[in-house]
Write a protein that binds this ligand. Structure first.
Ligand SMILES: C[S@@+](CC[C@H](N)C(=O)[O-])C[C@H]1O[C@@H](n2cnc3c(N)ncnc32)[C@H](O)[C@@H]1O
Length: 246
């Protein structure tokens, strides 16, 4: 008998019962499941293959166990927070903010901070907070903002999931000419990274990839998207400086 016991905590999402790190993959009721973080399991190893519903189920499952949030997550959030404070944009958007956005409610320095997520349950959970929260998904991707509105966009642990062309087009419309989008990418296969990079470039953005010299997780990179190479390079320099500080 296996030393691990599993329970289905959301449709299609298994969790090791006692909360310890489970095997890389397992079988449950005749189906194969793959580990995501230490204790959650989903039907595919390639998270970019999940449907929007499967992504929401997995993220909801993870959000139900805040004590199991990993150290890399904490570190990337703190890095992006420090980066945003350094860049100090007038208008900052967080994508895939989940229930625990990078900035608690308001930011300092007069930054107008808004958040967004593909999951309507996440958006609903923010209705009672001070932070403006928009739905932002493949099918509901229109942000109530003018062209060039945002000076900075951040996404923490979002780009391992599918990211849609319609979302990229809307980000292109709403990002300022000197704005930057900063996201971390991990877990994607080489082909899935190439596909995402191609979708990003086809939507008009340039990409600058900064390797994570701290290797917070497997094949972990920071991607900076923008329209101005000079601004992207300046952002990369600040990011590298902050990574080196830790
Ligand atoms: C792993 S959670 C990370 C949440 C938060 N950023 C954090 O680091 O704690 C991923 C979040 O991104 C959202 N998400 C997934 N795919 C998305 C997409 N294509 N567009 C916007 N949000 C997405 C999920 O609903 C979920 O809230």
């Amino acid at each position: 008998m296996s030393e691990f016991e599993f329970e289905m905590i959301e449709p299609g999402v298994l969790k090791v019962k006692n909360g310890i790190k489970g095997p890389k993959e397992t079988e449950h009721e005749g189906n194969k499941y793959f580990r995501f973080m230490d204790v959650f399991y989903t039907r595919t190893e390639d998270l970019d293959q999940l449907s929007p519903e499967e992504v929401s189920n997995l993220c909801r499952a993870r959000a139900r166990f805040p004590d199991l949030i990993s150290q890399p997550n904490i570190e990337v959030r703190s890095l992006f927070k420090a980066l945003a404070m350094e860049i100090n944009p007038t208008r900052l958007l967080e994508i895939g903010a989940g229930r625990n956005p990078v900035f608690a409610s308001t930011t300092s320095n007069n930054m107008h901070y808004v958040i967004s997520d593909a999951d309507h349950e996440v958006v609903k959970s923010h209705t009672s907070t001070e932070t403006e929260c928009y739905i932002f998904s493949e099918t509901a991707c229109v942000l109530p903002c003018q062209e060039g509105h945002f000076e900075m966009v951040i996404a923490v642990f979002v780009l391992h999931f599918p990211f849609y062309k319609a979302q990229l087009s809307e980000l292109y419309r709403t990002l300022n000419n000197t704005g930057v989008i900063v996201a971390n990418v991990y877990r994607r296969s080489t082909n899935a990274r190439l596909q995402l990079a191609s979708d990003i470039e086809n939507s008009g953005f340039k990409i600058l990839v900064v390797k994570d010299t701290k290797d917070l997780c497997l094949n972990h990179e920071y991607w900076i998207l923008g329209k101005s190479e000079a601004q992207m390079k300046a952002c990369a320099t600040t990011l590298e400086k902050l990574i080196g500080l830790d």
